[in-house]
Design a protein around this ligand. Structure first.
Ligand SMILES: [Zn+2]
Ligand SMILES: [Zn+2]
Length: 244
């Protein structure tokens, strides 16, 4: 009887381990709390920044409590979008989650980004001003190779959370730019000018569009995509990014 109990106990332990063996979505390490997607170390680098970001481009001010009226990024260019909201600081864990979605297709990690983005947009009261949600797309060739467009998935998840329509494939990236050609910021904006074209114009004409991307660096990509939407008849464009 004792042997039977012991083996039943082992079986139960094995079952529990299979059911609850979860790893951190960012570092792959063990996570201390059941039901949490990140370990405590990674959770600490997941920092919400939307509330103190630049009112135009969403960038986080360095060493200040509030962003100046015009941050450094905004002083360099006139963005075509009305306003961008960045949910999270581009820290180690956020970067790892974005790469896991992008290259390992870990769709289950998408809520880790879509959740904070939805919260940031609600806090900025932009969710009520937006009519449709669209994504900054990959070039079709890159999408074909990767088999997956993380920004479209992010846009779909965000639209569902905000109960807004997601217009899939609203933009087309028709110019292929190699990463090497995007090395310098000035070359980057020149290379991206006219890189996007709006499709499905009936769905965006006269609408306030929320443009979704995973990361914003210089803002050149969001700017080029926003210009294409405005050329395609959108009334105004807001931008939501997971991190900056
Ligand atoms: Zn971790
Ligand atoms: Zn700014």
């Amino acid at each position: 009887v004792r042997n039977l109990l012991a083996s039943l106990f082992d079986l139960a332990l094995a079952l529990i381990e299979v059911l609850y063996r979860n790893t951190c979505a960012a570092c792959g390490g063990e996570r201390p709390l059941l039901g949490r997607p990140l370990c405590s170390l990674c959770a600490a680098t997941f920092v919400a920044i939307a509330a103190r970001g630049c009112r135009k481009c969403g960038s986080e001010p360095l060493g200040r409590t509030r962003a100046p009226a015009r941050c450094r990024r905004c002083r360099e260019r006139e963005f075509a979008f009305r306003r961008a909201v960045a949910a999270l600081r581009y820290g180690a864990a956020v970067r790892a989650v974005i790469l896991a979605i992008k290259f390992e297709r870990r769709r289950e990690a998408i809520p880790l980004l879509a959740g904070p983005m939805a919260a940031a947009l609600r806090e900025a009261k932009l969710d009520r001003r937006v009519d449709v949600v669209v994504a900054v797309p990959l070039h079709p060739l890159r999408r074909y190779h990767r088999g997956f467009d993380q920004s479209e998935c992010l846009a779909a998840a965000l639209a569902a959370r905000l109960a807004l329509p997601h217009v899939e494939g609203a933009l087309l990236r028709h110019r292929f730019t190699s990463p090497q050609s995007l090395r310098r910021r000035r070359e980057r904006s020149a290379a991206l000018d006219g890189a996007y074209v709006a499709l499905r114009r009936r769905r965006i004409r006269g609408k306030t569009v929320l443009l979704v991307d995973d990361v914003m660096t210089s803002g050149a990509t969001a700017d080029a995509a926003a210009r294409a939407l405005l050329r395609g008849g959108a009334r105004r464009v807001y931008v939501a990014v997971a991190a900056t």
